[in-house]
Design a protein around this ligand. Structure first.
Ligand code: TXA
Ligand code: MG
Length: 329
């Protein structure tokens, strides 16, 4: 890795250099508590356009705007519904993005022409320091090329983009949650879950009442969900806990290079090129994307992953895994 990966905790000039680059219209990658983001000043439509082209992102997939203060919110949204105020009080800073009626000054490219904008306040000291130093909101998708697994470490970002295209990656260590934020639409008559994330349905419903858009209901409206996502460099096969060893044996017998990522007990199959067993669901969620990246680096043919129950954090984990495995969103 070159000198473009810099740690603000031991390199005090890193944040100031990031601000200089952002003001000059250059992208900067930064850590959040969910995944790494690829930032551009949200009100600078040219800088935002560069992010779209760098990622190869379809123009109909809007970006989340990140902020560090209520004052920044005023420039982005046209009024706050009551539910938004309660959610902000309870969950910000944190992994909850709110879709709200947009203010007139937000460039069309950020919202993909929608009349709403997604906003969130990240819970990471480096992200907050960067936003404070810049003094304005940052539009930031996950810092991966479109369709690839999200980055949860600075090295994942560096592997995706050439230094000439991305001159600075702020390194804040591994992301605590490792799954992107929950996206909740508050622009309609009732709150609708567009993307499950680290803030769970079980945590949201006591604050805002029953959510629409949960699994089994009509397809969610988040434009990002229409696109292919999280494609690693190997096949991903999901299996029930009781079937893990059989599936691994079948893949090994076919002569494949096999990895296993699991959370439950059971014997470790021999002959695996990667074996990761984690103690609990939070660790599983934190390690999902890192394990998909590692599977590619190790040139696995197939990564066998344990299915978890789609409750609590398991809903977000299974959403990412199903899409990594090529199932419909
Ligand atoms: O955790 C996160 O949210 C990370 C970090 C960097 O903050 N960011 C992230 O961005 O995951 P991205 O671009 O990978 O995903 C943004 C999601 C997409 O599914 C997009 O369609 C949805 O948010 N979204 C953004 N604006 C929206 C809007 N106005 N209405 C509906 N969905 C929106
Ligand atoms: Mg993304």
């Amino acid at each position: 890795m070159g000198g473009r990966i810099r740690r603000p905790d031991c390199d005090p000039a890193a944040v100031a250099d990031a601000v200089r680059l952002l003001r000059a219209g250059q992208p900067v990658a930064f850590p959040t508590e969910t995944v790494y983001g690829l930032g551009a000043p949200a009100l600078d439509h040219r800088a935002v356009a560069r992010i779209f082209s760098l990622k190869g992102r379809p123009a109909d997939n809007p970006l989340i705007v990140h902020l560090s203060s209520a004052a920044m919110l005023d420039t982005l949204v046209a009024g706050l519904p009551e539910a938004a105020e309660a959610l902000i009080k309870r969950f910000w800073p944190g992994p909850l993005a709110l879709v709200l009626p947009r203010a007139a000054g937000v460039p069309d490219i950020v919202t993909a022409g929608l009349d709403t904008v997604a906003v969130r306040m990240p819970d990471h000291p480096v992200a907050l320091a960067l936003l404070d130093a810049l003094g304005e909101p940052l539009a930031a998708p996950s810092a991966n090329r479109s369709g690839r697994p999200s980055p949860t470490r600075a090295g994942h970002v560096a592997a995706e983009f050439e230094p000439a295209d991305l001159p600075l990656i702020l390194d804040g260590g591994p992301c605590v949650h490792g799954l992107e934020s929950t996206v909740l639409d508050l622009s309609g008559s009732s709150p609708r879950l567009l993307r499950p994330g680290a803030v769970t349905t079980e945590q949201l419903e006591p604050v805002v009442g029953p959510l629409a858009g949960k699994p089994g209901e009509a397809a969610a409206r988040s434009p990002g969900l229409r696109h292919r996502h999280y494609m690693p460099d190997c096949r991903v096969v999901l299996a029930e806990p009781s079937a893990l060893s059989v599936v691994c044996a079948r893949e090994l017998a076919a002569g494949h290079r096999v990895g296993l990522f699991c959370v439950s007990g059971g014997e470790r199959p021999s002959g695996l090129a990667l074996y990761r067993r984690v103690p609990d669901l939070a660790t599983f969620g934190r390690a999902v994307f890192a394990t998909l990246h590692e599977a590619g680096q190790l040139r696995l043919d197939v990564l066998v992953v344990e299915r978890v129950s789609p409750e609590g954090l398991g809903l977000a984990i299974m959403d990412r895994l199903r899409r990594a495995a090529g199932a419909e969103a």
